[in-house]
Design a protein around this ligand. Structure first.
Ligand SMILES: [Zn+2]
Length: 125
């Protein structure tokens, strides 16, 4: 009887798990500063490297702003992994102090200017 209940509970868990996973599909946004990001080739190198990390949904690097914005699943990847990945392709990246914010995207930036995703004017946060 006990074993039967355990088997039923297990079956239920395996049915429910995919639904829970998709509920978390909104993910998180992380902004990293990369002082060495100087041209379009750098942008592509960083974007390609970070895109290959498991759990990453989208990546946008900007040489003029010297930041990369990463949308990812925090259950699968995190800042340390991105910093290591970017270091491997030749750049030093660090977590940006969230001094300015894009209101529409909710993405933070270290310096004032335009959002690299939607071109909205950033506001001090
Ligand atoms: Zn924006």
């Amino acid at each position: 009887m006990g074993a039967w209940v355990a088997a039923l509970a297990l079956a239920l868990v395996s049915v429910l798990t995919p639904a829970l996973g998709s509920a978390e599909s909104t993910g998180e946004a992380l902004t990293l500063e990369i002082p060495g990001l100087t041209c379009a080739n750098c942008e592509i190198k960083v974007e390609d490297a970070v895109t290959a990390v498991t759990g990453v949904r989208s990546v946008k690097a900007s040489a003029p702003t010297k930041v990369v914005v990463i949308f990812y699943d925090p259950a699968q990847a995190g800042p340390e992994e991105f910093i290591r990945t970017i270091y491997r392709v030749g750049y030093i990246a660090y977590v940006s102090p969230p001094a300015y914010r894009c209101a529409p995207c909710g993405v933070v930036y270290p310096a004032p200017g335009e959002c690299i995703l939607c071109q909205a004017e950033l506001t001090a946060s």
